[in-house]
Structure formats: structure tokens, C-alpha cells
Design a protein around this ligand. Structure first.
Ligand SMILES: [Cu+2]
Length: 129
């Protein structure tokens, strides 16, 4: 009997602890995590563009971006570059590439295709922690 009561106390106390932890997580400031994106190079009426163009993360996040080149016209490779994070990737049609980096500085950074200046890129916004 005493064991059962002890067990019940532990269960309720345990639930209480869990719900406290969860509610604290809900209300605390941002916790750094992994932010994953998939972005696609497409061609619309002759204009090549990376979509979506704006990626938003917070400082401290690990950023993982899957790059898909869906442009059917030649050339069959396009670039994805963010100078401030040392990223320069070439993405061939039909071959998914991934870039990973740590968003260790705040600010607004230009995303562009290093192979074709006319190819519309985008921007990476790194918010403060
Ligand atoms: Cu391009």
C-alpha cells in the first residue's frame, strides 16, 4: 500500500515537473536549434530565381539548406552563394545538394548565383539570439 502511494506521488510529481519544463520552454527566449530549408531554382518566363528567396534564422542556429535545381533550360548548373558564411555551391539539375553552416553573425546577407549574375538570388536574415 505504501509503495502504491509512493508510486502515485512520484507519477504526479513527475507529471508536474514535466509540465513545468514544457511551459518554461514555451515562454523562454529562443533556443538555438537546427533550421532546415529546401529551396528550388526555377525559371519563370525566362527569369531564373531561387525560391523561396528569403530565409530567416536566429543567431546561433545551425542552418541546413537543401538545394534543388529544377531549371530545365541550359546550362544545367546553377550556383548558390553567401559570401559571409563562405558558401559557394554548384547545383546540377537533378542532383540535390545540401549546405550546412552555423549562423554565427547577425545581419542581412545576400544569396546569389555565383555562376550567373542575372539569376535572382535572395537574402538570409539572421536575427539576434
Ligand atoms: Cu544561375
Amino acid at each position: 500500500m505504501a509503495n502504491k502511494i509512493l508510486l502515485l506521488i512520484l507519477i504526479f510529481f513527475g507529471f508536474g515537473l514535466n509540465s513545468k519544463i514544457y511551459s518554461e520552454e514555451d515562454h523562454t527566449a529562443h533556443q538555438a536549434g537546427v533550421r532546415e530549408f529546401s529551396i528550388v531554382a526555377i525559371e519563370y518566363r525566362g527569369t531564373k530565381v531561387w525560391v523561396p528567396g528569403t530565409l530567416i534564422v536566429r543567431k546561433g542556429d545551425k542552418v541546413k539548406i537543401k538545394l534543388i535545381n529544377n531549371i530545365n533550360s541550359d546550362p544545367n548548373t546553377h550556383g548558390f552563394a553567401i559570401d559571409e558564411f563562405g558558401i559557394k555551391k554548384v547545383v546540377a539539375r537533378g542532383e540535390i545538394e545540401t549546405v550546412e553552416f552555423s549562423a554565427d553573425k547577425e545581419g542581412l546577407f545576400t544569396i546569389y548565383c555565383q555562376l550567373h549574375p542575372a539569376h535572382i538570388g535572395g537574402q538570409l536574415l539572421v536575427l539576434k539570439e
